[in-house]
Design a protein around this ligand. Sequence first.
Ligand code: CP
Ligand code: NVA
Length: 323
Amino acid sequence: MHYLQTNYDTVQKPLFGSPGVGKPKHVLASSDLSPSDVRLTLDTAKLLKRARKFAPKPVTLVENRVLAMIFEKQSLRTRVTFETAMVELGGHAIYLTKSDIDMGNRESVADVAANLSRWCSLIVARLNRHSTLLELAEHSGVPVINALTDGEHPCQALADLQTIEEKLGPGKKKLTYIGDGNNVANSFAVTAAKLGHEVVICSPPGYECEDPVYDYPNVNQSYDPVAAVTGADAVYTDVWVSMGQEDEEQERLQRFANYQVNGKLMSKAKPGAIFLHCLPARRGLEVTEEVIDGPQSVIYDQAENRLHAQKALMKLLLDGVLE
Ligand code: CP
Ligand code: NVA
């Protein structure tokens, strides 16, 4: 039997859980995935992408498993790709917003986690505070996946690296992230570092990534956009004002004004360099239209790969094969 056609009768890991009974593998931050976990996820994603393109019908790999999706913030890509991935795997997803469950107010985070663990096989959560995600995972008997917090966006990073490999091929690359050292940047830098790439984060002083990101010897900080982009194989940016930072908008627009990715800056990168953005984007602020809608942009490939990368991640977590 092919590896992807798992016979669940032979899987030893329980698919439902109670807090404290066995410790599920969570993906709360990019650092939770070992280099071989990242490699396996990207290879599986590539396989699933090919299967989806050429197979007459989706391969159902996790029949009848249910994914609970707790979302405290808005989403287009993350919600649709997780739901679609679960449907195509043969399972089902339940989308739970603040107006549905009001986690932390209507009932405690611990009770939400413990209840969901008795019915569902996976929990995906997009939460305002990373600390709430840690609390949710602590009380969950099933794997919890971070769908974005203020600190991390690990699923985005998997899709980003899948896209980079598709477009640029194997081998070490210079990957430059310009802008806010935010959730997207933290996860991107760590995931890329684990794959052996050279990563340059270029942000204004005070907006660097979290300290542990720079513990990787192949991640460096720059404050000079031209130097950071020179010779880059890929240039990545994200919004200057993330969800929940609306009160800081005016100050941020000023602080980031010199960090826009435009045609002049992109011309410093290698010929054939690609441009990435996790989306949603604010054209005319962090990136100009000529770049994001130009020939170097791979933004819709990135968005598509969210589906394949997350499908692979869920399959591997349900199989219990991640380290
Ligand atoms: N990139 C991303 O996570 O998009 P959404 O906020 O639309 O999910
Ligand atoms: N940094 C952005 C990413 C959105 C996908 C935010 O947190 O709003």
